[in-house]
Write a protein that binds this ligand. Structure first.
Ligand SMILES: NC(=O)c1ccc[n+]([C@@H]2O[C@H](COP(=O)([O-])OP(=O)(O)OC[C@H]3O[C@@H](n4cnc5c(N)ncnc54)[C@H](OP(=O)(O)O)[C@@H]3O)[C@@H](O)[C@H]2O)c1
Length: 336
């Protein structure tokens, strides 16, 4: 099912998924009231405000406390207004409590996760399921790609992906089996600047996290580079958060960035920043020049040799267009 989005927000194609996503998405790792996060009313308000603002892409995970449950409670009746991405590999009990080790890289865990996520979110399918930060070795040893394909075949997800960072990201992309990658990137965390371009050029969709540098929760260390680069003077009338977000949106490989917030005024500010669009080219170039003097190393792509880290060839799957309607019942799986 495709989403009809009437929005003033910029829209991008999420790589080979073909999904037309708002470049400003929404991340729901906001915590529970018991650990300082929003209470139920605040969560209901912000989730609905996100959709009211025209944002059509929401990211969650079994790991994010009550996030999936709240999506089910408060916006599942609006499921036709947003694309939904969750994660798997998360080691939680049936009550949602996180267990040790934090992730389990087995086929069984992936299947349990998606089954339980769909129940919590009161939906028949997600648009994307992403493995939550495994290594290439864990994916190979656990034979997890066939498990993801089985989940897709059963109609529980339309597309498959990985949340990843260097050094695993390029080898994962080179497997040519994943539709999307979730990767951290912003002006204050530029490590993957070249890598996401390469991954996008290979046809995958890019979901950028950390796109606002974690805002006012980013911590001094993260903002040191900003201060060393003297970006306040370049930002002029923009707040540093608006500047960082628009810097992220300026990267052509940023198909969507899933900025999280529990504050309606921050959501409004982020929507306005996204509407204002990428930074002017000259400002963006100047910011990069100044940031280059701060010593942050960008992961280089020219030294990467495709397939060097694979122990065995991975069966590539044929490219597919956007499939038709979903909503298949659960078939062929075991649970909980
Ligand atoms: N490995 C993974 O796969 C992984 C890891 C982390 C996160 N994620 C995903 O990525 C999403 C984004 O999280 P992130 O950690 O990457 O951080 P982020 O989106 O860069 O920043 C989120 C933080 O920024 C603050 N913020 C938002 N708008 C602001 C504004 N206009 N002014 C000042 N502060 C603002 C929010 O605080 P307020 O609530 O106070 O506004 C929130 O704490 C998560 O929700 C989750 O979906 C995935």
């Amino acid at each position: 099912m495709e989403i009809e989005t009437e929005t003033a927000l910029p829209i991008r194609k999420l790589g080979r998924t073909g999904l037309e996503v708002t470049q400003l998405g929404f991340g729901t790792a906001m915590g529970n009231a018991s650990d300082g996060g929003p209470d139920d009313d605040q969560a209901e308000n912000i989730l609905n405000a996100v959709l009211d603002a025209g944002i059509n892409f929401i990211d969650t995970a079994p790991d994010y406390g009550e996030s999936e449950e709240r999506i089910g409670k408060y916006i599942s009746h609006r499921r036709d207004q947003f694309y939904l991405a969750t994660k798997c590999g998360c080691n939680i009990d049936l009550g949602g409590k996180r267990l040790e080790p934090g992730h389990l890289w087995t086929q069984d865990r992936l299947q349990r996760n998606i089954y339980q996520s769909l129940i919590r979110m009161k939906t028949d399918y997600v648009d994307i399921v992403q493995m939550h930060n495994p290594t290439v070795e864990e994916v190979e040893q656990g034979e997890l790609v066939p498990a993801l394909e089985q989940i897709r075949q059963a109609g529980k997800t339309r597309f498959i992906g990985v949340s990843s960072t260097t050094p695993d990201l390029l080898p994962f992309a080179d497997m040519d089996v994943f539709d999307v990658f979730q990767v951290p990137y912003s002006a204050v965390e530029r490590t993957h600047e070249q890598v996401i371009q390469r991954v996008s050029d290979m046809g995958a969709g890019l979901i950028i996290r950390g796109g606002i540098g974690q805002g006012h929760h980013g911590g001094q260390k993260r903002w040191d580079a900003w201060e060393r680069a003297k970006l306040d003077e370049l930002a002029g009338a923009m707040s540093r958060y608006e500047f960082v977000l628009r810097f992220t949106l300026s990267h052509v490989a940023c198909h969507t960035t899933i900025v999280g917030t529990t504050e309606p005024n921050h959501l409004r500010a982020n929507v306005s920043a996204a509407q204002a669009g990428p930074l002017p080219r000259a400002v963006n170039d100047e910011a990069k020049e100044r940031l280059a003097t701060t010593g942050e190393e960008l992961e280089k792509i020219d030294s990467y040799t495709p397939s060097r880290r694979f122990s065995a060839p991975v069966k590539k799957r044929p490219r597919r267009g956007v499939p038709g309607d979903h909503g298949c019942p659960f078939i062929g799986f075991w649970w909980p």
